[in-house]
Structures are given as C-alpha cells and as structure tokens.
Write a protein that binds this ligand. Structure first.
Ligand code: URA
Ligand code: SF4
Length: 210
C-alpha cells in the first residue's frame, strides 16, 4: 500500500466545516468502508461539546446499533457505574468509538460482535480525529486495544501500559485501559470483581489528572 491515504477511508464523507454538529450529520451517510452495509445506523460520539475527558471504545454493539447511541448496552452500564465510583461525571465527558458502525456475524438469531480489522479502524479514523479536534478534550481515555491501536499504533500494549498518562504527538494526553466488555467476559465472579477494581483504579488515576 502506498503511504499516506489508506485505500478505504471515511475522508470523502467528511463535511467541509468540522463543527461537531456538521460532523455528526455527515457521518450518517458515511460509506467509507463496508461496515455501513450490515449495520442499522452510524453511531457517532455523544456528550459534552467541551469535555474534560473523552472516552474512546471500539465500535457500537448490538444495542448501540439499534439505539443509535454509544455505550448504552451492558458495557455502557458498567462504564457508567465505574465512572461514578471513580468520581467522573459522564455529563462532563464525551463518549465515542474508534469505529462508528456495528460489525457482526449471525449466530442463530443473534448478532455476534466481530472485531474490526486494521483497515476498517484506519478507514474510520478521520471521524475520530475530527471529533477530537472539534471537542478538544483535556484528556483521552482509550478503552481497549482497538481504540489504543487507532490512536497509538499497533505496538502499544494495554496490559503493560494501562493507566499511564502518555504524551502523543498531535493529541491531548492519552491514557489506555481495558475495555469494559473484557470485565463482563471474565470467567469467574472473583475475576470479574478483580478486573472491575483494576478498571476503577485506572479511572481514579484519570480523575486525578483532570
Ligand atoms: N462497546 C464499545 O466499544 N462501544 C460501545 O458503544 C458499546 C460497546
Ligand atoms: Fe464510515 Fe466508519 Fe462506518 Fe466505515 S465504519 S462506513 S468508515 S463510519
């Protein structure tokens, strides 16, 4: 692939002015990669237009796809609860995803989440970059490997560097931690509780930085 522009990209769908409302409206019609085909709708970021902190997830899930809002399903409810425990006000935050359409495969009658590819993450990045530039958060929290990969590149390891505030050229300070879904997937109640505590501890260090 030649360097510079990826072969699939949201770039052609970005509006001329990058106000948040213009971005949100234009993103409804994005066909920058194939993921719009099987999804219900674009799920754009939401929250404070001048947030102290921006949370970036992976992609909308089944419930987000149907509702049209980010983090409103099980992972979102867990995120809300942990933010509250850590003393972060969701109303003062902006919440979005690295990829704006739900990628899934059928399993019987259910739609099972499928991980977006590097190409799809790269194709969707112009929306994420434009959101960051429009809302100018003071701090960015990447929830899980997909968000971290989108902003920090493939070399970054969440397990090794979780909770550390990092300076990344061209962005506000970035912290990465696990995705709340990984806590829900823990095998035992004990593991789940431990993972939940570690996640809250990362959010507490985020809150301290704000
Ligand atoms: N998981 C995500 O990464 N984002 C959502 O919006 C919901 C679940
Ligand atoms: Fe566009 Fe992103 Fe949806 Fe692909 S996933 S169609 S790049 S909004």
């Amino acid at each position: 692939m030649p360097s510079g522009r990826p072969e699939i990209s949201a770039l052609d769908f970005l509006p001329r002015d990058h106000h948040l409302s213009s971005l949100r409206k234009a993103a409804k019609d994005c066909q920058g990669c194939d993921l719009y085909r099987n999804a219900t709708q674009t799920v754009f970021g939401e929250g404070s237009p001048s947030p102290i902190v921006m949370f970036i997830g992976e992609q909308p899930g089944d419930q987000e796809d149907l509702a049209g809002h980010p983090f409103v399903g099980p992972a979102g409810r867990l995120l809300d609860a942990c933010m509250e425990e850590a003393g972060i006000d969701r109303k003062a935050a902006y919440v979005t995803n690295a990829v704006k359409h739900f990628k899934w495969e059928p399993r019987g009658k259910r739609r099972i989440h499928k991980k977006p590819s590097m190409r799809e993450i790269a194709a969707c990045r112009p929306w994420l970059t434009a959101e960051i530039e429009a809302v100018k958060p003071r701090l960015i929290v990447c929830l899980g490997a997909t968000a971290a990969q989108s902003l920090l590149g493939g070399a970054f390891r969440v397990t090794k560097d979780r909770g550390k505030v990092m300076d990344v050229a061209g962005y506000p300070p970035v912290v990465a931690t696990v995705h709340p879904s990984s806590i829900l997937r823990a095998q035992t109640e004990e593991d789940r509780e431990r993972e939940r505590r570690l996640f809250i501890a990362d959010l507490v260090s985020v809150a301290r930085h704000l």
